[in-house]
Design a protein around this ligand. Structure first.
Ligand code: NI
Length: 224
């Protein structure tokens, strides 16, 4: 059964600050969304929210009028009115400059493309001149791939080597011309060996696109 939609009412949208009131009838939801900006929430009513997180988990959270809280950009969820009365809160977003916002959107699209195993979508996030420093290799930088052809093949080889790979619980941040994406790689190798390891990408932007992806993973040590 589909839920009714929560209603956004923009109070103001001026320069760096945007305030949106969200009004929920009982059972209404925002729909799935990723927050592109740091934000504060000011509950206008009491109530109970159901927060659905990526990966299928959900949790009930009390909403207490006037008890405000803040979250950082990159939060991904669906928010539902879990109570029997209407509820509302004011969401106040701090809007970064447009280039920073585009860079964050690039990281989100890039993360989705990895989970979709879509090499074309990955390359659409990469700048004309680009490089990939893999998390493993014989030198201190890991194996280095330079140029679109080499990077495309290296990305395709990741999917080839780890056919069921998913990068779960992604978190993205942009600091100047540097991006940081953290994730947990959950995969199974071609011969069926499971892999579950935390890692991150440090990304260097060229404009709004990725000029270099530098990957790191925890080193998994198996006890004998
Ligand atoms: Ni939200």
């Amino acid at each position: 059964m589909s839920r009714p939609s929560a209603k956004p009412v923009v109070h103001f949208d001026q320069g760096r600050i945007r305030a949106t009131e969200w009004r929920f009838e009982p059972g209404a939801e925002t729909g799935w969304h990723i927050h592109g900006h740091d934000y504060a929430v000011v509950p206008l009513t009491d109530g109970e929210l159901l927060i659905e997180d990526p990966g299928g988990s959900s949790r009930a959270v009390p909403l207490v009028a006037h008890a405000s809280y803040t979250r950082t950009a990159g939060v991904q969820h669906n928010v539902v009115n879990n109570g029997e009365k209407p509820l509302s809160f004011l969401e106040i977003e701090v809007v970064e400059d447009p280039l920073q916002e585009q860079r964050l959107q690039t990281l989100m699209r890039f993360g989705e493309a990895w989970n979709a195993h879509d090499v074309d979508a990955l390359m659409a996030c990469m700048a004309g001149e680009c490089a990939f420093h893999a998390s493993a290799g014989s030198g201190p930088q890991g194996t280095v791939f330079v140029g679109r052809e080499a990077v495309r093949k290296a990305f395709a080889d990741v999917f080839e080597g780890l056919p069921e790979s998913q990068w779960t619980n992604p978190q993205h941040r942009v600091i100047g011309d540097t991006g940081l994406s953290t994730w947990r790689l959950v995969a199974r190798s071609r011969d069926g060996v499971p892999l579950e390891v935390d890692g991150c990408d440090i990304l260097r932007f060229d404009g709004a696109l990725i000029g270099r992806k530098d990957s790191y993973r925890k080193s998994v040590v198996r006890s004998a």
